[in-house]
Ligand binder design. Structure first.
Ligand SMILES: *[C@@H]1O[C@H](CO)[C@@H](O)[C@H](O)[C@H]1NC(C)=O
Ligand SMILES: *[C@@H]1O[C@H](CO)[C@@H](O)[C@H](O)[C@H]1NC(C)=O
Ligand SMILES: *[C@@H]1O[C@H](CO)[C@@H](O)[C@H](O)[C@H]1NC(C)=O
Ligand SMILES: *[C@@H]1O[C@H](CO)[C@@H](O)[C@H](O)[C@H]1NC(C)=O
Ligand SMILES: [Zn+2]
Length: 435
C-alpha cells in the first residue's frame, strides 16, 4: 500500500517528464528564451538596414542642429541614438533629410542642404557611424552605415540640376513628395493646397525626374506619394522603387499605406516595401502592439512574398509607436514575433537587409546600363512652377521701371551711335548697379 501510490507517482512522473521534455523542446524553439536568442543571433549575422529615420529633423527642432551640444550616444526626447541603434542591431540606416512642406516656394533647398549637412556631420564625427553611398560599402560596413534620403520633391525646387547636386552630396534616395503636391507629382495627403492636381499625377517634368533618378542611380521612394503617382512611376521607372516607410492598406486603411493592387505592381517592378511601425499606420490611430505590426508583415508576405519586404521604422518622424516597439532598440522584439509566426531565417535575413541590398544593387545596375546617356535637360515650364521666389532672368531695370523699359532698351541697344555713347554708357551702368 505504501509503495503503490509512490510507484504510481513514479510512473506518472516519468511520463510527465517525457511529455514535458517534448513540450519543452517544442516550446523552446517556437517561443520564449530560445527564440529571443535566435532573433539576436540572426540580427548579429544580418544587421538591420532600416529605410526611414527622422532623427535629423529632431536635431533641428530640439537642438537647432548644434551637434556640439549633445552626445549622440544618448539623446533624451528622441527615439534614436547610438546606444539604442546598437541594442537594436541596426547596421544601416537611411536618414531622411526632410524639410517642412511650408518651405516649398521658399527656402526648401537651403533647409534641405542644412539637413544633409547635419547627417554628414553626425556620420563623420562619431566613429560608430559611417556614411555610405554604394551598395558595396553598405554591404561591407562593420559600423552603423548611414544613407541619406531626401524626403519630398519640394526639396529640389523643380530643378534636375539641384537633384544632380544632391546626388553628388551623397543622397541616394528621394521621396517624390511629402505631404504636399509638387508642381510635378501628387501627395497622398491633401493637407496643403499647393499645386492642385488635374488628374495629372506625374507630369512631363515628373517623368523627367524619374528618368534622371534612374540615370543617376538614386532610389525612387514612393512613400507619401498618391497611389496614382505611384502607379505612374511604376510604369515609368526602369529601376526598382521603394516605399521606404509604408504599411499595408488592407490591414490599416490609411492612405499612406499601400493597397494590394499596388503591392502586385511593386512585385513586378522587383521593388521593396519597408514596413512603417508608426501606430498611425499600423494600428490606424490606436497605440497597437507588436502583434498588429507583425500582421502587416504577414499580410504583405501573403500577397507578394517575403522577398519584397523590408523595415522602415519611421522613428522620430512620428510620436506614437506600438507597445514594445517604442524606439530603435526594439527591433529584435519584432523579429522574435515573426519567428514565432514561423517566418524562416532566410525570409528574415531578407527582410532585415538582403532585400534592400538587392534593390540598391539593381538601381546601380540600371545606372551602369545608362552610362552613355546624357543628363536630362528638361526644365519645368515657368507656368507650372510659378511662385514669387523664383527668379526670372531679365535685365535688372525692367521690373522697377516697367513704363520706361522700352525706351531704356532702345537707348542701351543704340550704343553704336557714337554721338551718344558716353552719356548712354553711364546711364546703363547706373541702371545696372541701382536695380
Ligand atoms: C542617458 O542619459 C540619461 C540622462 O540624460 C541617463 O539617465 C541614462 O542612464 C543614460 N543612458 C545610457 C544608456 O547611457
Ligand atoms: C479627374 O478625375 C476625377 C476623379 O477621378 C473625375 O471625376 C474627373 O472626371 C476627371 N477629370 C478629367 C478632366 O479627366
Ligand atoms: C495586441 O492587441 C490585440 C488587439 O488589441 C490583442 O487582441 C492582443 O492580445 C494583443 N497582443 C499582445 C501580445 O499583447
Ligand atoms: C508554426 O509551425 C508549427 C509547427 O509546424 C505549428 O504547430 C504552429 O501552429 C505554427 N504557428 C503559426 C503561428 O503558424
Ligand atoms: Zn515620412
Amino acid at each position: 500500500m505504501l509503495f503503490w501510490p509512490f510507484s504510481k507517482l513514479g510512473l506518472s512522473g516519468c511520463m510527465f517528464s517525457g511529455i514535458s521534455l517534448f513540450f519543452f523542446m517544442h516550446f523552446a524553439v517556437t517561443s520564449g528564451f530560445l527564440v529571443e536568442e535566435k532573433a539576436l543571433v540572426l540580427m548579429t549575422n544580418y544587421p538591420l538596414i532600416d529605410g526611414h529615420n527622422d532623427v535629423a529633423l529632431q536635431l533641428r527642432i530640439l537642438h537647432d542642429n548644434r551637434l556640439s551640444q549633445i552626445d549622440l550616444h544618448n539623446i533624451s526626447r528622441v527615439a534614436t541614438d547610438i546606444n539604442r541603434l546598437r541594442a537594436g542591431h541596426v547596421g544601416g540606416q537611411m536618414y531622411a533629410a526632410y524639410v517642412m512642406c511650408t518651405a516649398q516656394e521658399k527656402d526648401a533647398v537651403r533647409l534641405t542642404l542644412e539637413q544633409v549637412d547635419v547627417i554628414h556631420r553626425m556620420c563623420s564625427e562619431y566613429p560608430e557611424f559611417e556614411l555610405v553611398t554604394t551598395s558595396h560599402a553598405l554591404r561591407s560596413s562593420k559600423k552603423i552605415a548611414c544613407l541619406i534620403s531626401v524626403e519630398g520633391g519640394h526639396s529640389i525646387d523643380s530643378s534636375l540640376a539641384a537633384l544632380r547636386m544632391f546626388y553628388r552630396l551623397g543622397v541616394r534616395s528621394m521621396a517624390l513628395t511629402h505631404t504636399c503636391n509638387t508642381p510635378w507629382a501628387e501627395s497622398s495627403s491633401e493637407i496643403y493646397t499647393f499645386y492642385p492636381r488635374d488628374n495629372n499625377s506625374l507630369t512631363h517634368f515628373g517623368k523627367a525626374v524619374v528618368k534622371e533618378m534612374n540615370r543617376l542611380g538614386m532610389m525612387i521612394d514612393l512613400s507619401h506619394s498618391s497611389w496614382d503617382t505611384a502607379r505612374a512611376v511604376l510604369q515609368t521607372s526602369q529601376a526598382p522603387v521603394i516605399f521606404s516607410h509604408s504599411s499595408a492598406f488592407t490591414v490599416c486603411d490609411h492612405r499612406r499605406n499601400v493597397p494590394d493592387d499596388l503591392l502586385q505592381a511593386l512585385k513586378e517592378n522587383k521593388g521593396l516595401i519597408m514596413v512603417n511601425l508608426h501606430s498611425g499606420f499600423v494600428a490606424c490611430g490606436a497605440k497597437g502592439n507588436i502583434s498588429i505590426a507583425a500582421d502587416h508583415f504577414d499580410h504583405i508576405k501573403n500577397v507578394i512574398g517575403a522577398e519584397s519586404i523590408g523595415i522602415g521604422g519611421d522613428y522620430d518622424g512620428a510620436a506614437k509607436f506600438p507597445e514594445g516597439l517604442e524606439d530603435v532598440s526594439k527591433y529584435p522584439a519584432l523579429i522574435q514575433e515573426l519567428l514565432h509566426r514561423n517566418w524562416s531565417e532566410a525570409e528574415l535575413a531578407g527582410v532585415l537587409r538582403l532585400n534592400f541590398l538587392r534593390v540598391f544593387e539593381q538601381v546601380e545596375k540600371v545606372r551602369d546600363e545608362l552610362k552613355g546617356t546624357l543628363p536630362v535637360e528638361v526644365q519645368i515650364p515657368l507656368s507650372e512652377a510659378a511662385n514669387p521666389c523664383r527668379l526670372v532672368l531679365r535685365p535688372p531695370n525692367q521690373v522697377i521701371r516697367s513704363s520706361s523699359v522700352d525706351s531704356s532698351k532702345v537707348v542701351c541697344s543704340g550704343l553704336h551711335l557714337f554721338a551718344l555713347s558716353a552719356v548712354l554708357t553711364l546711364h546703363c551702368f547706373y541702371e545696372v548697379v541701382s536695380c
